[in-house]
Design a protein around this ligand. Structure first.
Ligand SMILES: [Zn+2]
Length: 75
């Protein structure tokens, strides 16, 4: 399992590189560091795989592929 940590801004401008379906996982660039950010159920942002672009992007693709899209409930 991947380790998620509470997202702590490093003071640089946060740029969204790519957002997965439903914006479940956001690939971010913050002062040259790349990482994946997600919003936990309680609204707190969490991050993982902080580091070089290729590493973060690879993890992001893998996470995005595991997304199960929930269609709008046909109630
Ligand atoms: Zn989706």
């Amino acid at each position: 399992m991947r380790q998620w940590q509470t997202y702590i801004p490093n003071g640089s401008l946060l740029c969204v590189v790519e957002a997965s379906c439903c914006e479940e996982y956001i690939l971010c660039n913050e002062g040259g560091e790349h990482f994946i950010r997600r919003q936990a159920a309680d609204g707190i942002y969490e991050e993982t795989a902080r580091g070089p672009y290729m590493r973060a992007a690879t993890v992001w693709v893998r996470l995005s592929a595991g997304h199960v899209h929930q269609r709008e409930a046909a109630s």
